[in-house]
Design a protein around this ligand. Structure first.
Ligand SMILES: [Fe+2]
Length: 140
């Protein structure tokens, strides 16, 4: 399995919106937990459950974010929503690959790398853009 370091939250990743930052940190934690709990003896049903939990939390977080953006009439909401939907499409593809792959560990490692990369780049490049908008609208 690819070596994977536990990722620690960096203050640079804060958007300044407390509820969003807390959820982003929880997502990062979920990825770390997923990695920690996943060992070579882990069976497929357990891996499936771990990913289900992560996906469910991502859904809660995206809904929260989209609700705030909708309520404050964020101009780029449609684009942002598309990015969230693309995330689930990508996860679906990865999960199907993992199912088909006899090397479950490699497939899971690939997926973890993807998840982390997505989360960090999404926060830094996309979420940061709405931060001034929400702060101006009085959202904390
Ligand atoms: Fe987002």
């Amino acid at each position: 399995m690819v070596q994977f370091e536990k990722l620690v939250w960096k203050t640079d990743w804060n958007t300044g919106i407390d509820s969003i930052d807390q959820q982003h940190q929880k997502l990062l934690m979920a990825i770390n937990v997923l990695h920690r709990q996943f060992d070579p003896s882990t069976d497929r049903p357990q891996a499936e459950r771990l990913f289900d939990a992560l996906e469910a939390y991502a859904r809660i977080h995206f809904e929260h974010e989209e609700k705030l953006l909708y309520q404050t009439k964020y101009a780029d909401l449609a684009n942002h929503r598309t990015q969230h939907q693309d995330f689930f499409s990508e996860i679906k593809i990865h999960r199907e690959q993992a199912k088909a792959d006899s090397e479950l560990n490699d497939a899971i490692a690939d997926m973890l790398a993807y998840l982390l990369d997505w989360l960090i780049s999404h926060i830094l490049e996309v979420d940061m853009k709405y931060s001034p908008h929400l702060l101006k609208a009085g959202v904390k």
